[in-house]
Design a protein around this ligand. Structure first.
Ligand code: IP8
Length: 258
């Protein structure tokens, strides 16, 4: 089984509120269908979640009444994005079912407090493709906070130990520095957790409420520690996802499980 995350910057235009990249998602759905693998799919919130979450400071937890409106709005918007992703998967004959994080887990100071993994397993056993996403969720300590798609990937990967975890990004993989603002950034094909510790990445101009690449590197290290490889690839390039799922060698980064 593969755990795949479609990054929010691949499936939405992160600079424009609620801008869904239909063509990209349709192509990725076709690649998933063609590859014919057992998959749990997670997607980011992109501009359907991050703009509102930042505006209402949702990740800091409940501080004032106005945030309740923001929480409700954000939940509705990420669910709207989830519906768009599901519709594309269904159009490609993939049996996708939605598992909204706010309904199956709760957090405590941003960390997992409770999650029902059996829901994912039962859907997999019946031949469905479980689809979950970056969401807002209840938090025992903070009232509420944000459950990023990366946190979900980490939890599910540690629990299910998939064949591989794949992050579908808007870049080819990992670089020695942020390629968006450093011309000397060099591409990394294969890397160990030890090497990752030496990597310095800086947040870019559209820094997410969930910490962007910095948070992702933390997630990947936790996955590597349970012996699972993580692949980072470019979802904007045709067939990178398909070829990777089929075990073909394409340009991507592999972070080796320990
Ligand atoms: O896009 C963030 O999830 P991510 C979720 O996977 C919200 O980091 C609501 C901003």
């Amino acid at each position: 089984m593969f755990i795949i995350k479609f990054g929010g910057s691949v499936i939405t235009d992160k600079a424009k509120e609620c801008c869904f990249k239909q063509e990209v998602v349709d192509r990725l759905a076709a690649e998933l269908k063609h590859a014919n693998k057992e998959v749990i799919l997670i997607h980011g919130a992109g501009s359907f979640g991050h703009i509102l979450a930042k505006k209402y400071k949702l990740n800091g937890g409940y501080k004032q009444k106005k945030q309740v409106e923001g929480f409700a709005l954000t939940q509705a918007m990420v669910q709207r994005l989830n519906n768009l992703v599901l519709a594309s998967l269904h159009n490609h004959d993939l049996p996708a079912v939605s598992i909204p994080p706010h309904a199956v887990l709760s957090l405590s100071n941003h960390k997992l407090s409770r999650v029902d993994y059996s829901i994912f397993q039962k859907y997999l056993d019946l031949g469905f493709m479980p689809v979950s996403f970056g969401d807002v969720a209840l938090d025992k300590k903070l009232g509420f906070s944000i459950c990023s798609g990366d946190l979900l990937v980490q939890l599910l990967a540690v629990h299910f130990k998939p064949e591989k975890v794949i992050f579908v990004l808007d870049e080819d993989g990992l670089y020695s520095a942020n390629p968006k603002d450093d011309r000397n950034a060099t591409f990394i094909e294969r890397v160990t957790v030890k090497d990752l510790d030496k990597l310095t990445t800086r947040l870019n101009a559209h820094a997410d409420v969930t910490k962007g690449m910095e948070g992702k590197l933390y997630t990947i290290k936790q996955i590597a520690r349970v012996g699972v490889d993580t692949i980072l690839l470019n979802g904007n390039v045709h067939n990178r996802l398909y070829d990777t799922l089929k075990g073909k060698k394409v340009r991507h980064t592999i972070v080796q499980g320990e």
